[in-house]
Design a protein around this ligand. Sequence first.
Ligand SMILES: O=C(O)CCC(=O)C(=O)O
Ligand SMILES: [Fe+2]
Length: 290
Amino acid sequence: MEKHTRLNGQWHDWIVHNLARGCAVPALVEDMCRNGFEPAFARDTVAALARGEALASAPAAADVAGYVADPPRLPAGHVIATHDRDVRVLLRVAKPMVAVLDAVLSDAECDELIRRSADKLQRSTTVDPVHGGYEVIAARSSEGTFFPVNADDFIARLDRRLAELMNCPVENGEGLQVLHYGEGGEYQPHFDYFTPGDPGSEAQMVVGGQRVSTLLIYLNDVAQGGATVFPRLGLRVAPKKGMAVYFEYSNREGQVDPLTLHGGEPVEKGEKWIITKWMRQRRYGLAAQP
Ligand SMILES: O=C(O)CCC(=O)C(=O)O
Ligand SMILES: [Fe+2]
């Protein structure tokens, strides 16, 4: 039988996902060969993706064509008013819905979050796609901690503001996640949604369902590197204290948008602090946390 020498979007995402989990290149090549790929093609493809090269290429049109977004959750307009702060929208991309929001947090709030997290940091984990547990992987070299929803007055005020911006109930949110990257720290391209079909995803979605949107806020200015990139959109956002990147990636049917592949580039000089807020389809519960 003729060996495959072309990659569809599903295989592309499988390779990217497993590289991001820290799987070794030869193991992935071997799996591809077992599935009928031509060995030299498999080797070249995985090597290119491991170097980040082919990541810039768009996935096969058929894989993207299937996704139909719900109407955007992010409120329209140049300025979004929340109960305690007006937030300016600097940039909007329609498909997928990506926005850059200025001054979501004040400088003092950023400093306070760093101060409260500095002595609680632990090496970050990601969701194991097979079992749904949490694991440490090489592709995510950051440390973090989190604050349960409504942990105290300060956190509750931020939770409320972010929920208003994201146009979701506070109860649908996961606890605020703080991340710190030192020099060289990065988070290779990945999806924030739980990949449909992965057994581990089912376990993650029992409470609250699929993730629907992300708000990622920079807590400091990074001297060099550390941009947030969307390789399939050709979009790169430079960190700025208090500013945020927002994006949406799943619809009511639970379908997900692979165009939202994104990552944090290596920090070249200095350090990088961010917080992320992830929203679920339904109530996530105020106690359930990683
Ligand atoms: O560090 C970044 O810019 C990206 C972080 C990220 O994608 C995440 O925490 O899920
Ligand atoms: Fe992410």
